[in-house]
Design a protein around this ligand. Structure first.
Ligand SMILES: *[C@@H]1O[C@H](CO)[C@@H](O)[C@H](O)[C@H]1NC(C)=O
Ligand SMILES: *[C@@H]1O[C@H](CO)[C@@H](O)[C@H](O)[C@H]1NC(C)=O
Ligand SMILES: *[C@@H]1O[C@H](CO)[C@@H](O)[C@H](O)[C@H]1NC(C)=O
Ligand SMILES: [Zn+2]
Length: 376
């Protein structure tokens, strides 16, 4: 990429011999050191480091290891954490973190970028959203409701989360945290952001995405998520949903890649990308971002087969027939109508639904004061 301007900073003249706080276990896996705690302070300036964070033991007595990539600039500056793979069926963010970390020129970077390309190794291995505990007949846990974790809890996922939280997220003085997701299996999102505008800097982080849809969201329906718990700990954070599960979608990945460099420029960590194509694409996207603070799910109250008559980002109206449900013989049971005016921001991809599932989720802007910060 072309770089607009060269940032200047005072290069560190000497490094005080401080006690290393990164804890190395002494093991090497696939050529990279295993740690039980990361402290970016004791990594060298102008360096690119690949590490494994040692996690809980699994049911066959082996440790999970979470890959960690650290790009440390030539001098101090802001610190950015890029998290992804919290859900094991969401893959676009992996490629974003890999590509961003590879492409950062650490001799230009001020500050530190830490990437976690695969936070929930257990769920990735199972190819599903949840952490799978081999406890009794099996327990499925959405770890994005379990932060900051609990090291003495009974279930492994709570312990697992506490290792990630206590040894990476909460100890490196990050200034900003982006947690990349996608929709879950059998559903899809556009380029979509959850952001709590009450937290300083979060609105800027969201605006810089140029996402198709930005949900102003107070986090009340996602307590224990990476975003909400980092926000509450003084680290502005967004949840950035990149389209569909189980795919590497090049367009979604590129948008998040360009975003990350834009965010780094905004944090004065890196020169702005002046490539006119990238800049104009962002301006075009940003001018179309839809801001909403309320969701409306079109639920079905029975099981069966659905046909959908709308798609992502369609503008829909109250009373509009958006789908229909059929029984196994193909008899139409009923039409499904939308109950608000808004934009389709999430949609199922499977024709098979069970009771209480939704076929589409419509986002809209509500003037109701209780929705002001997006608790609707
Ligand atoms: C952590 O788990 C232990 C064991 O279940 C429980 O006693 C404790 O209250 C939990 N701590 C927190 C902060 O929830
Ligand atoms: C960061 O982005 C916001 C929102 O676009 C903008 O108002 C602000 O000037 C930017 N700051 C820097 C340092 O680029
Ligand atoms: C909210 O208020 C704005 C400005 O008064 C108005 O244009 C908009 O239609 C209102 N939205 C709803 C959903 O009532
Ligand atoms: Zn997710």
């Amino acid at each position: 990429m072309r770089l607009a301007a060269v940032l200047s900073c005072i290069a560190p003249l000497f490094i005080l011999p401080v006690c290393s706080q990164t804890v190395y276990t002494g093991d090497i896996l696939s050529g990279h050191k295993v740690i039980s705690r990361l402290d970016v302070d004791d990594l060298p300036y102008n360096s690119y480091t690949k590490l494994w964070l040692r996690m809980t033991l699994n049911q066959i007595g082996q440790s999970y290891h979470v890959p960690i990539i650290v790009a440390k600039g030539h001098c101090d500056g802001k610190r950015l954490l890029l998290s992804t793979g919290i859900h094991g069926d969401e893959l676009n963010g992996i490629r974003v973190v890999q590509r961003v970390l590879k492409d950062i020129d650490t001799s230009t970077l001020q500050g530190v970028v830490v990437g976690i390309p695969q936070s929930n190794v257990n769920a990735m291995y199972a190819g599903r959203r949840e952490f799978v505990s081999h406890f009794e007949t099996g327990v499925l846990t959405n770890i994005n409701r379990r932060f900051p974790g609990n090291s003495t809890a009974r279930l492994a996922p709570d312990r697992y989360v506490s290792i990630l939280w206590n040894n990476v997220h909460n100890v490196n003085n990050f200034d900003s945290v982006v947690d990349f997701h996608t929709q879950t299996s059998n559903y899809k999102f556009p380029n979509f952001v959850y952001a709590d505008f009450r937290v300083p800097y979060v609105q800027t982080m969201a605006e810089l995405t140029g996402a198709d849809v930005i949900k102003i969201d107070d986090g009340s329906s996602a307590l224990g998520s990476v975003e909400v718990v980092n926000d509450a700990s003084g680290r502005p954070s967004i949840t950035y949903e990149l389209g569909s599960p189980l795919l590497w979608q090049k367009d979604q990945i590129q948008r998040a890649y360009d975003y990350t460099f834009r965010l780094m420029a905004n944090l004065t960590m890196y020169p702005a990308n002046s490539d006119s194509g990238v800049v104009s694409e962002f301006e075009a996207y940003r001018s179309k971002s839809f801001y909403g603070n309320a969701f409306d799910f079109t639920n079905i109250n029975t099981g069966g087969f659905v046909e959908r008559y709308v798609d992502l980002l369609d503008v829909v109206h109250k009373g509009q027939v958006v789908g229909a449900i059929f029984n196994v013989f193909g008899d139409k049971l009923k039409d499904l109508t939308n109950s608000v005016d808004g934009v389709v921001t999430s949609i199922g991809t499977s024709p098979l639904l069970s009771a209480s599932d939704y076929i589409i989720n419509t986002i809209y802007f509500s003037n109701d004061t209780k929705c002001q910060y997006g608790g609707c």
